[in-house]
Design a binder for this molecule. Sequence first.
Ligand code: ZN
Length: 291
Amino acid sequence: MSGPQVSVLGAVLSVLPDWIHPRQDASVVPRGVIINHCTVPGVVALTFDDGPYKYTSHVLDLLDQYDAKATFFVNGDNWVQGIDNESQPWPSILRRMVRSGHQVGSHTFSHVDMTSADSDMRYQQLHNLEESLTNVLGVYPAYFRPPYATCDGDCLTEVEDMGYHVVNFDIDTKDYANNRRNTIQNSKDIFSTALDAGRSNDSFLVLCHDVQKQTAMSLVQFMLDKIQEKGYRAVTVGECLGDPTWNCAGNDGDWFNEWWNGGCEPLSRYFWRESKKSPSGGAFCSATGEW
Ligand SMILES: [Zn+2]
């Protein structure tokens, strides 16, 4: 999928007045830095990278059972292809994430190292996933988890230009290195040790992977039990950073909120609208309303 160069995009955006800027909002969460920690006390933000995959639905079932919220940093072409192909299970899994109150973030289209990529590649990696997610959800994410946890220098600047918050983690469960029945305990121990050392007003931002069988089948339930036992709440990354629900709050007085509130459900927390569609464009709301 071809698109404008990031410099062209930046030039176009820079001449628009702020109120119509499709990639800005009044978020309290910074851009242009790598965020490693939650700011809201007493919460755990579980994050799942690299999906969707065949274990993702089971992870969603478990989260539902515990009334827990989490964040999925998805790829467009990694463990599966065609996340916007309606003949595949992936679109409905992505919609279930949002419907269930989870957050969907970007992890690039095909899981490239964004620090070593060039500018064109970085733009395409973000833009192509935005297109796929827009096809499925009508919106695209405001949060980005860099593959290999690396986004330095120009990467950070360019990702900021595209409006993303960049989020890493402060607990790495290392589930990718312990995806065996007899080693997943190592990941459980990492998680347990961190939470046991915490105080009630601490918070944690946790890296794991829903594409790993032992994560889905063993680690997730363990973590949810531990979160309950320690009295923490499992929340999305946006919530753990105090990011307000801006799309449907309806009190900003801007045209987007007024338009969005015209009959839409508040589905798009932590998402942008599709920037190509205008208030007079119409179809976006009814399309998401059919979920
Ligand atoms: Zn990854």
